[in-house]
Design a protein around this ligand. Sequence first.
Ligand SMILES: Nc1nc2c([nH]c(=O)n2[C@H]2C[C@H](O)[C@@H](COP(=O)(O)OP(=O)(O)OP(=O)(O)O)O2)c(=O)[nH]1
Length: 139
Amino acid sequence: MAPVRAVVGAAVVDDLRAPTRLLGARRTEPSTLAGGWEFPGGKVDPGESPQEALHRELREELGVSVVLGDQLTGPLGDGRWALGDAYAMTVWWAVVVEGVPEPLEDHDMLRWLTAADLYSVPWLPADLPIVDAVAARLR
Ligand SMILES: Nc1nc2c([nH]c(=O)n2[C@H]2C[C@H](O)[C@@H](COP(=O)(O)OP(=O)(O)OP(=O)(O)O)O2)c(=O)[nH]1
């Protein structure tokens, strides 16, 4: 079996200490995942640290600079979250410190989701446990 590939994702919120809104992003590719909502991010490239990869992905995909908060800890080793058999994702809380998020690459829609409408978009199935963990923190 091929090794699990590292993916990084951001739970971008309006406020790290008292989050009330999460930024969801709707994927455009591949066709099997298009239309599903996810945490912006992507694969860690060789030679990059996970945090470097996340800053790069958020700059490319959304056009923003962020400050990362704590890790949103998942059940796998190192606090990662399983995305099927092929990937495991490390997720950090994040806030935008420069720019306004736009769906520049890989997404065609962004939404700031409150606790009331967090589940109103069709999340990628693997993301649902992560969304639950966010929901537990949103005010
Ligand atoms: N970024 C991201 N990927 C997710 C999430 N949930 C989920 O199942 N995935 C899957 C989709 C992809 O198969 C894989 C991550 O790959 P990606 O397509 O985002 O990575 P990337 O931006 O580096 O893409 P590429 O350069 O290889 O095209 O993980 C999520 O919340 N965020």
